[in-house]
Design a protein around this ligand. Structure first.
Ligand code: AMP
Ligand code: MG
Length: 353
């Protein structure tokens, strides 16, 4: 056999081998199916995305269960749906609770306590008086505000998890709007985990987000932080396996006589919290904590909020504050995850110690 023929056979063998191997490798990178759905629930648009390598019919089943869970939570926790457990509690002064509502009420009360009442889930009569539940906005006068503020007191809400009941004094009412979406994200992530899903981006609306794992290509999820003073986003947070909650006056507000009034109220005054902040973003392992804390820290303001963070390392949260003058303050763990967007490179970013 000549040398030329031997080489020729070798090349043919290599070409056949490559033909066998290449399609398999192309398949490796394409095995994840993307599942995506948008729903309107809890007064906002939610976008749920996850990736899986099970047959599409099985993934569709998982997706349907997520959507069912959201609607089921909404039906239990809405303050405006007459058949909800919260509606019954607010109307009757007592209600029987499903395990989910009992769990959320208990955890929300713990957070009210930890934040020393900056988060107060009994602020509902004040939220209602300003018209934030119906859109029929009005500015209550000082006497009404004082009366409303005197009625905000989460310590008067009693929850019995063993019996599955809750009680609240007459005239008081509960609103879980500050924590429900974060809690929903935690529940959906548990559901996905049980289904063996390891890569997901759950956008529960109004900047309440939960990511699982990383993107299918292995890179972290990139979450935009809205510019509270504009239309665009001022930066990006890179995350794997964490929750994000942002609260800001720009998310829901009305204007009257040149004043802007927003939906986050200071429980001490029953009026919109004016702490010098435009927005607060919280990143951490618990969606419920991130959601509840972003609301509470917005009430506290920068100084008190930063001190709260120093005093509570057990919560494992990282923070990003935007003050009314546009300055950004981040905790060191947030600095590592955050980068300014194009057009915002000149923005001052201070690192909190
Ligand atoms: P978030 O958008 O998560 O900051 O939550 C704001 C919502 O929580 C409002 O729309 C109210 O329903 C309710 N809320 C407003 N102020 C407070 C407060 N200080 N504590 C608890 N809930 C509040
Ligand atoms: Mg919140």
């Amino acid at each position: 056999m000549t040398k030329g023929l031997r080489w020729g056979r070798t090349w043919i063998a290599l070409a056949v081998l490559a033909a066998l191997v290449l399609p398999v490798c192309t398949g490796c990178s394409q095995k994840e199916t993307k599942m995506e759905t948008s729903i309107f629930a809890m007064d906002t648009v939610m976008n749920l995305t996850f990736y899986g390598d099970d047959p599409e019919a099985a993934l569709k089943g998982v997706q349907e269960e997520l959507v069912e869970e959201i609607y089921s939570l909404e039906n239990k926790l809405s303050t405006t749906k007459e058949e909800s457990e919260l509606y019954e509690l607010n109307e009757q002064g007592q209600a029987s609770l499903s395990p989910e509502t009992a769990e959320l009420l208990t955890k929300a009360l713990e957070l009210c306590e930890t934040t020393q009442g900056a988060l107060d889930i009994t602020a509902y009569p004040a939220v209602r008086a300003w018209g934030f539940t119906t859109g029929a906005y009005r500015v209550p006068d000082q006497a009404e505000l004082e009366q409303l503020a005197a009625g905000i007191d989460y310590t008067k809400l009693e929850v019995d998890t063993e019996e599955g009941t809750a009680r609240i004094p007459q005239g008081m009412a509960v609103d879980l709007g500050a924590v429900t979406k974060g809690y929903a994200g935690d529940r959906l992530a548990q559901q996905l985990e049980q289904a063996g899903i390891t890569s997901a981006l759950l956008d529960l609306g109004q900047s309440t987000i939960r990511v699982m794992g990383s993107k299918p290509d292995g890179s972290p999820w990139r979450i935009a932080v809205q510019d509270p003073a504009g239309e665009g986003y001022l930066g990006v947070i890179e995350l794997t396996d964490l929750a994000v909650g942002t609260s800001g006056g720009y998310q829901r507000f009305f204007e009257q006589d040149g004043e802007t009034y927003w939906h986050i109220l200071d429980p001490d005054t029953a009026a919109p919290a004016r702490s010098g902040l435009s927005s607060v973003t919280v990143v951490g392992p618990s969606g419920l904590v991130c959601d509840g804390l972003s609301t509470a820290l917005f009430v506290m303001g920068l100084e008190e909020g930063a001190q709260f963070w120093r005093d509570h390392p057990e919560l494992e949260v990282e923070l990003l504050f935007v003050t009314d003058d546009g300055t950004i303050y981040v905790t060191p763990g947030m600095e590592a995850k955050f980068s300014l967007a194009q057009g915002y490179e000149d923005r001052e970013v201070q690192v909190l110690k």
